[in-house]
Design a protein around this ligand. Structure first.
Ligand code: ADP
Length: 215
């Protein structure tokens, strides 16, 4: 767990002292501030946990040299897809447009992934793909989704060890709402997860409210 914090005056003072005098013991910091070691303990714990200070036994505290901005961007660059992805919702390529619409409502998602009989990714269906197909007077129950889906190789994908920030950039660059997390198998790409704009927004909120998973 990593804390994103706003430093109070005393914590700023501690940072200043350690910057100028580190490595320095907790006792010496307390002396300089005319406080007891016990009073300082929570502040030192917070500064260490947040990454501003490092503590070495018998050496003391030293400044890590990172600004709040550097610490934050360091944390963002450690966030991996695997810790933030959702379960994917897939349909088979023979599914009718009608059933795909029903699935989208029942599963409460905005993007469906289309797979073949070997569970290999072959397409993507967005809300607008399904709306567009519904505009005409076609019989939706008899049109298979593989006629209207965006198909391979035009699908933007990611892998579970990719950085979340790189995937967020892809969502913006390609102007899409979601992309499949895939694993390469002998037959093609298996869908193992889903990253959406909601996942990336949630990760941002988690980062601000201190309990983001840095992996
Ligand atoms: P919507 O169309 O509901 O606004 P999107 O912006 O996600 O949703 O989709 C826009 C178009 O891009 C659709 O035609 C959809 O099939 C396609 N699309 C969606 N996700 C992907 C993806 N990961 N890779 C390639 N194309 C995609």
């Amino acid at each position: 767990m990593v804390r994103k914090i706003e430093l109070n005056k005393r914590q700023e003072k501690i940072l200043q002292i350690v910057k100028e005098n580190g490595p320095i013991t907790g006792e010496s910091i307390a002396d300089q501030l005319n406080l007891t070691r016990a009073t300082l303990r929570p502040d030192l714990a917070i500064l260490t946990m947040a990454g501003y200070l490092d503590a070495r036994p018998r050496v003391g505290y030293f400044y890590t040299g990172q600004s709040g901005g550097q610490l934050l961007s360091g944390k963002i660059k450690k966030m991996k897809v695997k810790s933030h992805m959702s379960i994917p919702v897939v349909v088979s390529e023979n599914t009718s447009v009608y059933d795909a619409i029903v699935t989208m409502f029942l599963e409460d998602v905005g993007t469906l992934f289309v797979v073949d009989e070997s569970s290999i990714l072959v397409g993507v269906l967005s809300r607008k793909d399904l709306l567009r197909a519904s505009l005409g007077k076609q019989e939706l129950a008899s049109i298979p989704v593989n006629i209207i889906m965006t198909r391979m190789p035009n699908i933007t994908m990611c892998e579970k060890d990719d950085l979340l920030i790189d995937v967020a950039k892809k969502l913006i660059d390609k102007q899409i709402d979601a992309l499949p997390v895939v694993r390469l198998s002998d037959d093609g790409y298996e869908v193992i997860g889903r990253i959406t704009k909601t996942n990336t927004t949630k990760a941002l909120v988690a980062l601000a409210s201190e309990d983001v998973i840095l992996e």
